[in-house]
Design a protein around this ligand. Structure first.
Ligand code: SAM
Length: 340
C-alpha cells in the first residue's frame, strides 16, 4: 500500500541518519570550526530505528539508505544492518559513506546483509582533498573504495559534489577512476542547503555545463531514457560507460521526490530544504503503538506540499539558505544532521 502526498508522490524512500558526527570537514557541508551536536541520550538505539523502519515499511517504504554525518563512525553499524536486512520488504538497503573507515568495515557490512555502497569522492588529488576536507585521509578513502568490490558488492556508486574552481577539472578523471573500481560516478550540483554557508551561485557548475564539457572530452554523451525516481539523470559515453548527474540546483527533481529523512535523534524531514520536521522519538519513547506511529506519519505525509529545491530555483539573487546563527540554534537544519 502506497501513501501519497498532495502531489501524488509516494512515501517510498527513507534516508536514515545514524549519527550527526563526521570525520571530515568538507567546505560545502561543514565549513565552520565548531558545531552544536545532538545530545547523546537523544540518539535512537538500533532497535528504535528498526521499529520505525517497520512502521515506514507498512506505509510503502521499500528503500532505506543509511547516512550521517559519517555513518561508519557509529559503533557496530553491521548490527543495525542485520536488523534491517532481515526485513524482506526492503528491496534496497544501501549506505552513503565518505569511505575513510570503509576498508576495515566493508566485509562486515557485506556479511550483515547490506546491498549497496555509495562513496562520496570529490577529488583524486590528495592535496586537494586535504584543502577541501581539512583532513589528510585521502589514501584511506581510495583504499576504502577499492575494498567495496573486494567485499563482494556490486552496483557501487561514487558521488562527487562539483564546485567551480575546486574540482571541476576532474570530471573525466573521476569517470576514468570509476571504470577501474568498477563504480558509476554521479556528479552532484553544489546545493545551497543548510550547512553550505559559503555557497554562491557562481561556484555551481550546472548539469548543462558538465555535459558539454564531457561531450567535448569524450566525443559525445547520450542521455539514457529510463523510468526512475532516482535523482540522477544517467548518460552513456561512446565506449558504453554510464555516469549520472544530480541537478538539484538547476533542474530539481521535486516533482518525483519520494524521499524523506530521519535524523539520528528521530526527527523526520520531508524535504532537504524543510525548516521544520516531525519528532518521532517523543511518541516512540512515550510508548506509542505501531498504529499510532503509522497514523502520525501518514497524516504528515498526506499533507506534504514540499518542493524545496524548486522554490529555491525561483529565488532571485540566491545566497546560502541559512546563516551560521540559525544553524547553531537548530542543528537539525544542517546537512550533516539531515544526511544529505
Ligand atoms: N558522510 C557521508 C558521505 O560523505 O557520503 C554521508 C553524509 S553526506 C552529508 C551525504 C552527501 O551529501 C554526500 O555525498 C555529500 O557530498 C553531499 N552534500 C553535502 N553537502 C552538499 C552540498 N552543499 N551540495 C551538494 N551535496 C552535498
Amino acid at each position: 500500500m502506497l501513501t501519497r502526498d498532495t502531489h501524488g508522490r509516494p512515501l517510498r524512500n527513507l534516508r536514515v541518519s545514524v549519527t550527526d558526527r563526521c570525520n571530515l570537514r568538507c567546505a560545502y557541508c561543514m565549513p565552520e570550526e565548531d558545531y552544536v551536536w545532538l545530545p547523546r541520550e537523544a540518539i535512537l538505539h538500533f532497535e528504535e530505528i528498526s521499529r520505525l523502519v517497520d512502521v515506514f515499511i507498512g506505509l510503502g517504504v521499500d528503500k532505506v539508505r543509511l547516512t550521517g554525518g559519517e555513518p561508519l563512525l557509529r559503533r557496530d553499524v553491521p548490527a543495525l544492518i542485520r536488523l534491517l536486512a532481515a526485513k524482506p520488504a526492503l528491496r534496497d538497503l544501501a549506505i552513503t559513506t565518505n569511505g575513510v573507515l570503509l576498508a576495515e568495515q566493508a566485509p562486515a557490512l557485506r556479511a550483515a546483509g547490506l546491498h549497496r555502497v555509495t562513496v562520496s569522492l570529490d577529488t583524486l588529488r590528495p592535496a586537494r582533498f586535504a584543502a577541501l576536507t581539512r583532513r589528510t585521509t585521502h589514501a584511506r578513502v581510495l583504499e576504502g573504495i577499492r575494498s567495496v568490490p573486494r567485499a563482494g558488492f556490486t552496483g557501487t556508486k561514487l558521488d562527487t559534489v562539483v564546485m567551480r574552481g575546486v574540482n571541476d577539472d576532474e570530471l573525466a578523471d573521476l569517470i576514468e577512476f570509476g571504470k577501474t573500481v568498477p563504480a558509476e560516478v554521479r556528479f552532484i550540483e553544489y546545493m545551497d542547503v543548510g550547512g553550505a554557508t559559503r555557497w554562491s551561485m557562481d561556484q555551481v557548475v550546472s548539469r548543462a555545463e558538465m555535459l558539454e564539457r564531457l561531450a567535448r572530452h569524450y566525443g559525445g554523451v547520450e542521455p539514457i531514457v529510463e523510468e526512475s525516481t532516482a535523482p540522477a539523470d544517467r548518460y552513456r559515453l561512446p565506449d558504453g560507460t554510464v555516469f549520472g548527474v544530480i541537478a538539484s540546483t538547476t533542474a530539481p527533481f521535486c516533482a518525483d521526490c519520494d524521499r524523506s529523512r530521519l535524523t539520528a535523534d528521530g526527527m523526520w524531514y520531508l524535504c532537504l530544504y524543510a525548516l521544520a520536521g516531525l519528532d518521532l522519538r517523543a511518541p516512540l519513547r512515550a510508548g506509542a503503538s505501531d498504529e499510532e506511529l503509522a497514523a502520525t506519519i501518514t497524516g504528515r505525509w498526506r499533507s506534504r506540499t514540499d518542493r524545496g529545491a524548486e522554490q529555491r530555483l525561483a529565488v532571485r539573487d540566491r545566497s546560502p539558505l541559512l546563516q551560521i546563527g540559525g544553524l547553531k540554534q537548530d542543528p537539525h537544519l544542517e546537512m550533516h544532521t539531515r544526511g544529505g
